[in-house]
Design a protein around this ligand. Structure first.
Ligand code: FES
Length: 101
């Protein structure tokens, strides 16, 4: 399966771009120059995440997660929780979700 998330030129150099992924939201952004895509879902109760100062912060109870590896940094989410990254590939001028290829 291969599904285009967005054009590479649409990914901001600061912050994220929210894209639709089969009815769910995904943050697309760059970290260390590498495009990444992570589900906009907190690992506590599923709240939406804001990108703030290089980390993701949950709008509901302020759990914090790193943007490089998605690890929980603070808040009520379990200490072992990690955000859900999509498997992706850059092809031509776009970022694709890929599965089973
Ligand atoms: S749902 Fe995100 S901290 Fe509670």
């Amino acid at each position: 399966m291969k599904y285009e998330l967005c054009k590479i030129s649409e990914i901001p150099s600061e912050g994220t771009k929210l894209v639709d992924f089969f009815g769910r939201e995904v943050h697309v952004y760059k970290t260390n120059g590498r495009p990444r895509a992570v589900a906009n879902t907190c690992m506590h109760f599923g709240g939406p995440l804001d990108y703030q100062d290089g980390k993701f912060v949950c709008q509901w109870h302020n759990a914090e997660f790193g943007c490089e590896h998605g690890e929980r940094l603070a808040g009520p989410a379990p200490s072992s929780a990690k955000l859900m990254f999509l498997s992706t590939r850059v092809e031509d001028d776009a970022l694709f979700y890929v599965w089973g290829e």
